[in-house]
Ligand binder design. Sequence first.
Ligand code: G16
Length: 545
Amino acid sequence: MNINVVKTTPYSDQNPGTSGLRKKVAVIQKPNYLENFVQSVFNALPSDERNILVIGGDGRFYNNIAIQIVIRMAVANGYKRLIIGQNGLLSTPAVSNLIRIKQANGGMILSASHNPAGPDQDFGIKYNNENGSPASNTLSASIFAASLEISQYTIADISEVNLRDIGDVVLNRTTISVIDSVQDYIECMKRCFDFPKLRKAFASERLSIRFDAMHAVTGPYARSVFVDELGASSDSIINGEPREDFGGGHPDPNLVHAKALFESMHDANAPVLAAASDGDGDRNMILGQGCFVSPGDSLAILAEHHKIIPQFKEGLCGVARSMPTSTAIDRIAEDLGIQSFETPTGWKFFGNLLDTSNISLCGEESFGTSGNHIREKDGVWAVLFWLSILEASGKNVSQLLVSHWQRFGRSMYCRLDYEGISADVAADLMKNMQFGVSESRLILKHTNIAGADSFEYIDPVDGSVSSNQGIRVFLTGGSRIVYRLSGTGTDSATLRIYLEQYTNSAQDFVTSLDIPNATADLAKMAVELAEISQRTGMTSPSLVT
Ligand code: G16
């Protein structure tokens, strides 16, 4: 077998964002573009961390071609074993689990998560560490640095590797193991939850589910877990076949992109729970009959009822949320007498806290929730957790929400996205906000602003400092406005404004409350403070979720 050494020149735009490198497919297809990035990852790793690599993707357009390139390069770079999901498919949580149980050095995930797929849409690639967590900021910086000085890459001259059949093939010094994409993940779920109990509840029809896999990677996982293992009816999974273009949809589980699912939960025959996941299976949206559970409330309710699942029967050691995520979880932590950590946006910031048992449960406003079983967010896990709470409490989703608010108050939560802003305008807008914070000008702009800052995180485990992670504006009474730029887009900038309005008034404890309407005054204030229309020319957000 020949190993080809190919001369190349650097691209200047391979700096990983919130979660790996995400680009338009046309960019990824530029000559040597993907190869440069993959070689830069290998170059950034010490040679003794290049032994076992897990590889898989969400099945989107270009997955099949990209995965063959990654395999040929890993063989050429001396990996001893490659563990690959059948047909190249692995969800992000499944990769994280495999890295850990197979003692791999890391994993390469081919996904742009919730971004749409297809020839004119997005593709992505990210590296996860040996603990199963997305690459740290330090490693990402080394990958970017390597990409700026790359002059050659190595690639094995082999024909297409058959990923259809499970089994091992030895190529040169590398064993290529094609494995069942789902089986190890199910075993992991069985360690976290009481499957026999859930199965009984499905059999007696106390539990029922509708799961929208959005034609992305989660379909086979959801079918195996909910239908084959737990006995849910076979029509419980909708849009369950992974497709290269995700069926032309936008696999972002929220009330805009999974609207039909939400509407179906108003039918008389609606199941007890509905849920949706995203492109790579790490996000989750939870719905009850006629009601939506915001990600912040979901995280808090899981923490409130944590003891009912085997994974947490000894209790939680601590919890964490990303900075823009609602503070509902903080109130539960206080009640439990444990710490609640506030990290920057991005799952990679939870890894150290999980590894050192500072926390065992964490989540984000972007529909991500998970525990200490892996080092990624985990959509199916969150759904199983909700099913377990429904089974144990005998309450429905709406009753769980209301009793949570009655005890702890409610963080009414809303996110405004301003998409397609030019990068310069977005940077200036944030600079102006930074200036307002540093000069304390923001505080003077409104009588109920109690404080404001630019969020900086000092990792309590390794001491690394992450600055400029978004602007926080604190209001009297516990409400907040947060501003930050998205790190997952592929062109132009997206400004996110996160609104959190705290209430402990019983009249707000109804699941049908129109949250954008209830937070309209806060939204107006947020838009004025940041001078959105003057600076962007936009009179309304592109998306409200
Ligand atoms: C990724 C990260 C999440 C993060 C989200 C935020 O999600 O994995 O930890 O919360 O991005 O995205 P943005 O920077 O656009 O606000 P995913 O599901 O896209 O991998």
